[in-house]
Design a protein around this ligand. Structure first.
Ligand code: AMP
Length: 279
């Protein structure tokens, strides 16, 4: 049985009892509308911890766009059934007032790594992420936290955060889970129309093609430009960025000589999709 907990006080008691018996607690922070990507994190947590908490909180502080927050899919009953099937011990699903009570006045801001890419396109987004993740680590007291590589920059921001603030949690990065046609799973994919859903895999296909070309010696700028044109020709409305960056520091990279990551954010209809792959 997955126990649903809504207050940090109740969660603290639960976790304290586990820790008294020497158990390692794993946490998987999510915003719900769970899919196989999230469940892969829950499975990794199950394998690598004694007790597993999945959190569901659609964090208003990390949305820079009110309509994206409004339209964010929510289905807690369905999510709970999925977590039960994975043997998750606790679903921690606090309300907004529990996380941000009256008088709340703190913001956690990671500089540097959070500034390009998503940080540039979504001002304030990573402050919201860093703040809520810090709170979730405080509330769950977890020893391990599982994050998806799907949000590559977020994973780097969270690693920086726990190092910088000496938060005693080990950050575990887990691979991106994809649909059979290559589209990275995302809660926002349900908002794609049938036509957009059919176009969506072009993003990953073009990223793979560009990565292959770069590895084979094609100039990175030219390969990325070709991919960008093909993505736009396939019906995407905008390519916010499609870039090569160093894997950890996310510094601009111009070729595949060092380990690099290719990261993209694009718009398809009114849905914003992100993806990243190794080059
Ligand atoms: P979200 O609910 O979108 O905030 O995501 C919660 C966690 O699930 C984050 O650590 C994400 O990186 C991870 N995640 C989301 N989609 C995927 C995916 N397709 N594969 C692996 N992890 C994912």
């Amino acid at each position: 049985m997955t126990e649903v907990i809504r207050t940090s006080a109740e969660l603290r008691d639960k976790v304290a009892a586990w820790k008294r018996s020497g158990m390692l607690v794993g946490v998987v922070p999510t915003m719900g509308a769970l899919h196989d990507g999230h469940l892969s994190l829950a499975r990794a947590a199950r394998e690598q911890s004694d007790r597993v908490i999945v959190t569901i909180f659609v964090n208003p502080m990390q949305f820079n766009n009110a309509s994206d927050l409004d339209k964010y899919p929510r289905d807690e009953a369905h999510d709970l059934a999925l977590l039960e099937a994975e043997g998750v011990d606790v679903l921690f699903a606090p309300g907004v007032d529990e996380v941000y009570p009256d008088g709340f006045a703190t913001k956690v801001s990671v500089t540097g790594i959070s500034e390009p890419l998503e940080g540039a396109m979504r001002p304030g987004h990573f402050d919201g992420v860093a703040t809520v993740v810090s709170k979730l680590f405080g509330m769950t007291q977890a020893g391990r936290a599982f994050f998806g590589e799907k949000d590559w920059q977020q994973l780097q921001v969270v690693k920086r955060l726990v190092d910088d603030l000496n938060i005693p949690v080990r950050i575990m990065g887990c691979p991106t889970i994809r649909e059979e046609d290559g589209l990275a799973m995302s809660s926002r994919n349900v908002r794609l129309s049938a036509e957009e859903r059919a176009q969506a895999p072009v993003l990953h296909q073009q990223m793979q093609a560009a990565a292959g070309a770069i590895r084979a010696g094609t100039d990175a700028g030219a390969a990325l430009e070709t991919a960008k044109e093909a993505i736009l020709a396939a019906g995407f409305h905008d390519v916010e960025y499609l870039e090569l960056r160093t894997v950890d520091g996310l510094k601009p990279a111009t070729d595949a000589a060092k380990p690099v990551r290719m990261l993209a954010a694009v718009w398809l209809g009114d849905v914003r999709l992100i993806d990243n792959i190794a080059v």
